[in-house]
Design a protein around this ligand. Structure first.
Ligand SMILES: [Zn+2]
Length: 80
């Protein structure tokens, strides 16, 4: 497991959609990689916000996709 691979599958990870083997790989990686741990934490919180928004608005899916797409963009800043 490495950082770019984690970035590729981070949404599967935060959605608990990874298979056992990959799941363990990611978990082992974040133990030694604070950057990815922070990224996952950030992604989790973001998804929580997005999903809360989903219950309040009627056009959430396109918004969610847009946010997720922008997050997948490698130049997105993850700090803060
Ligand atoms: Zn990493």
């Amino acid at each position: 497991m490495n950082c770019s691979r984690v970035r590729e599958i981070i949404f599967l990870y935060t959605d608990n959609e990874l298979g056992e083997e990959l799941l363990v790989s990611v978990q082992e990686h974040v133990v030694v990689c604070p950057q990815c741990a922070r990224r996952i934490d950030y992604t989790r919180r973001l998804l929580t916000v997005v999903r809360k928004g989903c219950t309040r608005t009627r056009a959430p899916e396109s918004l969610r996709k847009r946010i997720l797409t922008s997050l997948r963009h490698p130049e997105v800043e993850w700090e803060g």
